[in-house]
Design a protein around this ligand. Sequence first.
Ligand SMILES: Cc1ncc(COP(=O)(O)O)c(C=O)c1O
Length: 457
Amino acid sequence: MVERIKVVLDEREIPRQWYNIVADLPKPMPPPIRPDGSPVRPEDLAPVFPMNIIEQEVSTQRWIDIPEPVLEKLLLWRPTPLYRARALEQALTTPAHIYYKHEGVSPAGSHKPNTAVAQAYYNKVFGIRRLTTETGAGQWGSALAFACRLFGLQCRVYMVRISFDQKPFRKMMMQTWGAECLPSPNPGTKTGRAILEKDPNTPGSLGIAISEAIEDCVTSENTRYSLGSVLNHVCLHQTIIGLEAKKQMEMLGAYPDIVIGCAGGGSNFAGISFPFVCDKIHGRDVRVIAAEPAAAPRMSMAPYVYDSGDVAMMTPLLPMYSLGHTFVPPPIHAGGLRYHGMAPLVSHLRRLDLIEAVALPQLECYEAAVMWARTEGFIPAPETSHAIAAAVREARRAAEEGRERVILLNWSGHGLMDLTGYDAYLSGRLQNYVMTEEDMRRSLEAVAQLPKPPPLG
Ligand SMILES: Cc1ncc(COP(=O)(O)O)c(C=O)c1O
């Protein structure tokens, strides 16, 4: 009998509620604040988000029902399969068991539609007609373009210039679903014009694109903004990943010793890990690792401060590990990880020592990604390759120690639209970008001016 390599849940077993980790935090998270230092009020967010989403953003309720129309759309590709990466284990000659949750099976090819569908739905029922957003690698932009199509909303996406140039197919996907996709910075916004004047050749950054999408939203009618990561409600929507994975691991009689996700703004990491962090808070022994790029090592190196989520400081100040909102990360191929900050919830867990962080250089990630493709077959997104590289490190450590570790990683998306990075790697043109002490010093100078959240009580 062939050993089982994947577990597929029946559609009827899809989780019907999201898990909100705020209800289980051992110490409360500092609130987002306004520039004058006072806590943000729900009505402050109303020009940017519909009230039904704001309610979720501030909710402390442990379980939140997934509305039926959202479930119906999620069922197009969920539940997603959980695999055992046996061929990779063999190639690594490790006693570790490596499991992965395959989020690359969604129509847009990543975990991003899990929240895109929910956000499009909430905006639709609130009476909104048009959404604006930013995108790094194009995964989020294509996910929102797809979700807006499902619910009949218009959609405009500001795509970080470097990815816009490197990944034209993502733009075509967005257009195929009926969305508009513009390069960022863009001369059509005040923020974009100011940045282009200073540096016409800037590669752009997520922080700049967020400013432009928010500016477009607040200056347009019947429009709201949609964020693909960072905020509490986005992390909440992604918990369906970890909740399914937990059921699937249970069906195999397994429980992870180590849970790994790559971390850009923090949402897929939150999705796979929060249900397991909940167990950890309640006494279970599990290591949870966020895999960051060495080019933007926020939880590995940066300070915990109150910082804005965007360059033009249009968002409230969020308590998070940050390299400073003016930091423009080097042009690594994992565009979705080129962000200066980290989700406040993920940052808070790091501060509470409930999770760990590791920073990985680009070449090691591509090496792991190619090894993955040549063993497991699926070609991972460059972002996902960070989770894979972290898992490979842990599997090698297990081999050295001769210990049978169970590793679960979130396979956040496929890389079929990201082949230019593979081409650069395979032809030996790819280089590492690691933050030097000088880069770090400049970044620290910028964040030194920012307010500090209160110490943990
Ligand atoms: C495939 C994939 N994985 C991970 C990420 C990182 O985002 P987050 O940290 O919000 O999951 C992205 C972002 O675009 C992505 O496209």
